[in-house]
Design a protein around this ligand. Sequence first.
Ligand code: ADP
Length: 328
Amino acid sequence: MDQLTIKKIGVLTSGGDAPGMNAAIRAVVRAAFYYNLEAFGIYRGYEGMINNDIRKLDSRSIAHVLERGGTFLKSARSEEFKTPEGRKKAYENLKSHGIDALVVIGGDGSLTGAHLFFKEYGIPAVGLPGTIDNDLFGTDLTIGFDTACNTAIQAIDKIRDTATSHDRLFFIEVMGRDAGFIAINAGIGSAAAAILIPEKKMPVEKLIERLKTREKAKKESNIVIVAEGGKSGGAAEIAEKVKKILPTYDIKVTILGHLQRGGAPSAFDRTLASKLGVSAVEGLLHGKYDVMVGVINNKVVFTPIKRAIVDDKKVDEEELRIAGILST
Ligand code: ADP
């Protein structure tokens, strides 16, 4: 596609929210102003595109948002955008505002929507990886992942205090959808006895063996981190299986849940979001369309959205190996 003249950029956050989304929006808007473009906020993701919930942003709209969790543009899931009729309505609304390019901040579903929309209507779009799950190919880290891991670790530290006081075995479930990135990171960072992730099955027998070895070594507490979405079930199911084999153990289950999504973004996420937000606008101005902007080895990299959503991001085998050594 030929390079287009871009004057008005629409920005939206979609799908699951993540800390740092506000910092990303701010960076997109600031960069737009820097390059003398107009910026429009599209509220509630694709739903707002369809319902014409679109407002011009000025520098006041983005004051004091960098440090706030969540997304001031709100996020939503829109079934209607998955239909051709819904996307047609969305296109007509964008046209009525003269919006000629989009920055979409979200996970793989949101980027899939941006890719389809570009194919159908030719509206240049750049995607920003905004998800705590870190499950997008084309970037080492996604916006929100670092904050979510920090939140998880802080919570696990507190649970460890009570686990140690009572010699309890805790199964703690963390988020991550179908991916184990949060579990691995939080598990290493909180000295977990074991980390159960969807990508690698750990048979219950192996887990039992690990727990018994730790008992012999007189470990004071046992925390097992379980990623949601694992094939062996969540923390409650696994705890149930272990209880049957080790009936004398005092077993408890905690599901960290949505607290992992909230809170002020970490320094890392603020920087990542800012870097990616500016790069998204510069990418659009340089004719980079239908791409996701990410960071690989600390360098900004543009990956076709199609690859970002189709290719699998693999868990780091080296981190898994290290976690194994540290938990015995
Ligand atoms: P995430 O972006 O966090 O992965 P979802 O998978 O829920 O979250 O996707 C967010 C939104 O993106 C959906 O509600 C929908 O509006 C849009 N979307 C997802 N998949 C598609 C698709 N195949 N076609 C069009 N839009 C889609």
